[in-house]
Each structure stands twice: as C-alpha cells, then as structure tokens.
Design a binder for this molecule. Structure first.
Ligand SMILES: Nc1ncnc2c1ncn2[C@@H]1O[C@H](COP(=O)(O)OP(=O)(O)O)[C@@H](O)[C@H]1O
Ligand SMILES: [Mg+2]
Length: 329
C-alpha cells in the first residue's frame, strides 16, 4: 500500500473478543498523520480495547491493526508512539523528574525533560515522589511520560478523567500545542464536549463498532437537523408528523417537539396552518447526534440527563486491568 506513509493508524476489520463479549467488533479506521481524533463512546463501548489493539498490547482475533504501515509493536519499540493508558499505576519511590528522565532516555529522540514537565504543567513537581501525588498530578505525570519520547503519535485513553477543571484546561492547551507541531493525536473520551472542542474529527464507537466518523458539525447534521417546538394548542399530535421535513413528533406537556430535516419548511407550514404559538427552533446538538447515532439496537429509553454533555454508561462495564508492557507507567 502506498498511502501507508501518510497513515498513522489503520484498523482493518479488527475484532477483539473477551469470551462472549465482542469488545471490538469489526473496526475499520484510518487516521492520517497530523490528525487529532477523538474516539468517543460510553463506558464499555470498546475505546480502551481499541487502544490496546492499536498499541499492540493484544493481537486482534480477526483483522489487522497497523501503525505507520507496520505492526504496532514495531512502531512502539521504535519510539514513535507515546501512550497514556486508563488504568496504569505509578511506579513507587522515584521522583517525577527521575521517572521522566528515565523514560525519555529510552527513546531515540526525546524532548528535554524540562520541556515535557512544562508541557504537562508539572515543572514544580520534578522533585516529588510519584507515589505521593494526587490523582490529578499523577495523570499529568503520565502525560509528561507520554510526551517524553517526542512521539509522532500520541495516544491518550480518557486523559482528563482525574483532572479538575483548571488542570483540564492546561491539559488540553498542552495537547493542542503538541498537535499543532504536526503530531498525530488520538484520545478517547466519554465527554461529547471534549471531543467537540479538542478534536478535528470525532469517531463514535458503540458496542465495539464505529457508528459515526466526522467533524462535530458533520455529526450534528447527520443527526437530522433541528428541533422545532410550538404550543400544542389543541392540535392533534399526529397531524404534526405530516408537515414537511418532520421526522418525529414528541409531546411534552402542552408543547410539541418536532425533529425536522428542514426547519424552515416546517415553520412555514406551521405558519400557514396558523399553528405557531411559542415558536422555538433549537439547533441539533452533538448530544442529539450521539443519541440518534447510537440509539439503534436496544439502547435503553430515556437514558437520563445528558445535559452535562457526559454520556451515560450502558451499565455493563466491569472493572479489570490492562497490561502496559512498558509503554507507560
Ligand atoms: N479484560 C477484560 N475481560 C473481560 N471483558 C473485558 C475486558 N476488557 C474489556 N472488557 C469488556 O469489553 C467491553 C469494552 O470495554 P472497553 O474497551 O474497556 O470499553 P471503554 O474503554 O469504551 O469503556 C466491555 O463490555 C468490557 O466489559
Ligand atoms: Mg476505557
């Protein structure tokens, strides 16, 4: 394949099962060099397993995964990949500075340790013991470790999980600085907002399959347009379903909510019917897109609040451990 030089990550029909669970269920995905991609999905969707395949932590049961046109292990050994995994534990007794220095020394072209600490916002923690830090500080140390080798590809599995608001801010700033220098970044998240704000491209994974892939804007559009809300005012809910553009009708109290592909046409038709009272047109949100895209296949109804832009868990997530094979701590 000739495009491999421009391809950082490639999944072809990749499958990884745990007993009866198809954690990754036939994933095809190409990520070009220099892209910043969010892998977005609920807990248990298959994000960490995909990342494990990508890093060569396990072999796919079927299909293939390549990094820079070669087996993942080869790229990882060559120091082209920096990773921050979800449930890695810090090494006891060493200081932050020692740990980052040690890891950097194992890469062919590391960045200066001071720079790695600075990018991760932990310059002041260099002399502190790694096993005596808060969860958020450990997370930032792990980010520094992921950066230390100046990897062409940075892979971050739910990187902001333990961070407070300010630390998140610093983190994303650093990530973007890194991405701007032509590096490829893949991060997983279950926060819609993070995916939308910090990635060029969002890949939605659900039950081990990729169910959408595009910019936030494209996903919003694909989710089927705007919501037109008016007072029901004694009208028959079913009749609203016949209006141009309308895909679905939902009655909430004395209001009717019309999901429409063409809100202009819907509003004009409502006006012609004299049925506009309390008009509200709400643009499709990424929340809507996510729910529409992942709704097929038996997702529970009324999954609860997504107003904080966080995806509700599907409810069958289990604790487990991931081996790290020396890629990170
Ligand atoms: N080591 C494991 N043993 C058994 N099941 C696992 C293991 N790792 C993941 N799974 C299952 O595979 C599915 C995908 O998990 P995971 O990739 O961790 O999802 P995510 O990172 O999106 O939360 C889940 O159903 C999870 O319970
Ligand atoms: Mg995970």
């Amino acid at each position: 394949m000739t495009q491999t030089e421009n391809t950082a990550v490639s999944f072809t029909g990749a499958v990884k099962t745990y007993g009866a669970v198809r954690a990754v269920d036939g994933v095809d995905l190409e990520i070009g060099r220099g892209e910043t991609v969010a892998l977005l999905g609920r807990n248990g969707a298959g994000k960490s397993t995909s990342i494990g395949l990508l890093l060569g932590l396990y072999e796919p049961d079927a299909g293939a995964v390549e990094l820079f046109g070669a087996a993942p292990e080869r790229s990882v050994r060559a120091g082209r990949v920096g990773a921050m995994l979800q449930d890695a534990r810090p090494v006891p007794r060493v200081t932050v500075g020692e740990l980052v220095t040690f890891l950097a020394s194992r890469y062919p072209t590391p960045i200066p340790v001071a720079r790695a600490l600075e990018l991760a916002g932990i310059a002041d923690l260099a002399g502190r013991r790694v096993d005596r830090l808060s969860g958020g500080q450990v997370q930032r140390v792990r980010f520094a470790l992921a950066l230390a080798g100046d990897p062409a590809l940075l892979v971050l599995d739910e990187p902001t999980a333990a961070l407070d608001v300010e630390a998140r801010h610093t983190f994303w700033d650093s990530m973007r600085t890194y991405a701007r220098h032509g590096h490829t970044v893949l991060f997983s998240t279950h926060y819609l907002q993070e995916a939308d704000a910090h990635a060029d491209r969002i890949v939605i994974i659900d039950r081990g399959r990729i169910v959408a892939d595009g910019t936030g804007e494209e996903l919003r559009r694909a989710a089927g347009g705007n919501l037109v809300c008016v007072d029901l005012a004694g009208g028959e809910p079913e009749s609203f379903g016949l209006l141009p553009g309308v895909r679905s009708v939902e009655v909430r109290g004395d209001r009717v909510r019309l999901r429409t592909d063409d809100s202009d046409a819907t509003v004009i038709a409502l006006a012609e019917l004299g049925a506009i009272r309390g008009l509200e047109v709400i643009p499709a949100s990424l929340d809507d897109a996510f729910l529409a895209i992942t709704a097929e296949g038996g997702a529970p109804e009324g999954r609860g609040a997504v107003s904080d832009m966080r995806l509700p868990p599907r409810g069958h997530d289990q604790p487990r451990t991931t081996r790290t094979r020396g890629i990170t701590v």
